[in-house]
Design a protein around this ligand. Structure first.
Ligand code: NDP
Ligand code: 2IT
Length: 445
């Protein structure tokens, strides 16, 4: 690691030692910026990295609500407004019991570079809460969302900070959050993205992350003379990103043979029937294990980590951070996997990523490969500002162009750094170049 980056990392470890996911993300980014930093010694004088790794603002708040039994529940809410260098803070809200400040900071930090890569004017932010929507009634989820927004509303706005979905935050939650924002502020503005189509949402946002992931993968594989056609594809998770990644992978000729949730995974050698997964997950909110009740030839295996032992050419981790470790990477490569695309944020551990790169696996890092979701969120913001509604085809065409551009920016920056084909370095450098230029132009702020 370059000496400036190493000094910043040592300081971060000292001051933020308990934020392990944030340190992991910062280490990965700063290490891969090293070659670029060597060529730009003036950045140290400007304190560029010191400012880059420190959120502009990290807000934490109490979220009290009353459950169906009349008991008072209290959760911890967060919004980390990391960087407004190139636009209003933009990034999702995660609702999961594991949420803490370190996780939200890692996600917000990644989001800065991801959003820069989209070519659209959006800064980086992320939020969330340790609330678990699983097993809660619709009314409980509504009361929670109303309480969460009763604090959050004062920190956000269509031109300041625009949250969206992430794990545990889907169309239902965005609707409740939007209703409460409107009620408190009286403003009918594009303050959230991923809204329902009848109240300002964009066509194509639901599909955008998964579709965008496959568009990115198609570009990356194309350069190596490969494609989805007739390839076995393994997709982890069965949420928003996973479902639409699986859909597009199949449309592009791949055969999706396995999907999962946090309890286990299913293998369907005939190709996963997505209508069953959608019904179970989007409509009934059930577990993936029930898939085999509808498709008796399929198998269910308890424990989600084993999914990476299912032989495939293409692996798309679309569940959560650090779900794919070195053992999993070894198993994938041993079974012939030649391409990995991160639909989730930081799903591969650092040693798994290093192993893939060492073995020449085509590797699409999350901040490039899954940027389609936030890109279409930014298109939703544009439509809200224009008070217009674009067709699905228009949004999808723009999404394809954006994913192509993200791939090209990453490929070009990797070459410039003398690391052709290393899209981890490429994505980090391409995103950082843009953000750092904007920071320098705006002075020490
Ligand atoms: P969803 O809540 O729709 O789905 C999440 C899926 O991942 C579920 O199948 C869930 O299983 C599984 N999962 C969640 N946490 C864990 C865990 N700790 N261990 C194992 N499995 C887990 O979320 P999304 O599909 O929206 O998000 C998936 C990933 O993609 C996240 O990393 C998110 O940050 C990232 N992402 C999302 C974008 C979006 O637009 N939604 C955009 C870019 C990235 P279970 O139901 O059992 O919890
Ligand atoms: O990680 C992500 O990029 C998201 N969860 C989507 C963020 C957004 O603002 O659409």
């Amino acid at each position: 690691m370059n000496s400036y980056a190493a000094r910043i990392m040592a300081d971060l470890k000292k001051r933020n030692g308990h934020e392990k996911e944030f340190l992991q993300a910062a280490t990965e980014v700063l290490a891969s910026l090293s070659l670029y930093l060597e060529k730009r010694p003036e950045l140290e004088k400007l304190g560029l990295l010191e400012r880059f790794v420190e959120p502009e603002r990290a807000i934490g708040f109490r979220v009290p609500w009353v459950d169906d039994q009349g008991n008072v529940q209290v959760n911890r809410g967060y919004r980390v407004q990391f960087s407004s260098a190139i636009g209003p803070y933009k990034g999702g809200l995660r609702l999961h019991p594991s949420v803490n400040l370190g996780i939200i900071k890692f996600l917000g930090f990644e989001q800065i570079l991801k959003n820069a890569l989209t070519t659209l004017p959006i800064g980086g932010g992320k939020g969330g809460c340790d609330f678990d929507p699983k097993g809660k009634s619709d009314n409980e989820v509504m009361r929670f969302c109303q309480s969460f927004m009763t604090e959050l509303y004062r920190h956000i706005g269509a031109d300041t900070d625009v949250p969206a979905g992430d794990i545990g935050t889907g169309a239902r939650e965005i609707g409740f959050l939007y209703g409460q924002y409107k009620r408190i502020t009286g403003l009918y503005e594009g303050v959230l993205t991923g809204k329902g189509l009848v109240y300002g949402g964009s066509l194509g946002r639901t599909e955008a992350t998964g579709f965008g992931l496959c568009y990115f993968m198609a570009e990356m594989m194309n350069v190596a003379g490969k494609s989805f056609a007739d390839r076995r594809v393994v997709v982890s998770g069965s949420g928003n990103v996973a479902i639409y990644a699986a859909k597009k992978a199949a449309e592009l000729g791949g055969k999706v043979v396995a999907m999962s949730d946090s309890n286990g995974y299913i293998v369907d050698e005939d190709g996963v029937d997505l209508s069953v997964v959608k019904q179970l997950k989007e409509v009934e909110r059930k577990r993936i294990k029930e898939y085999v009740l509808h498709r008796p030839a399929a198998r269910y295996i308890e424990g989600c980590a084993g999914i990476w032992t299912v032989p495939c050419g293409i692996a798309l981790p679309c569940a959560t951070q650090n779900e794919l470790d070195l053992d999993a990477a070894r198993a994938l490569v041993a079974n012939g996997c030649f391409a990995v695309g991160e639909g989730a944020n930081m799903p591969s551990t650092q040693d798994a990523t290093d192993y893939f790169l060492e073995k020449g696996v085509l590797f699409g890092p999350g901040k490039a490969a899954n940027a389609g979701g936030v890109a279409v969120s930014a298109l939703e913001m544009s439509q809200n500002s224009q008070r217009l509604h674009w067709t699905f085809e228009e949004v999808d065409t723009r999404l394809k162009d954006i994913m192509k551009s993200i791939f090209e920016q990453s490929a070009m920056a990797a070459e410039e750094c003398g690391k052709p084909g290393n899209y981890v370095v490429g994505a980090n450098v391409a995103g950082f170049k843009k953000v750092s230029q904007a920071m320098i132009a705006q002075g020490v702020v």
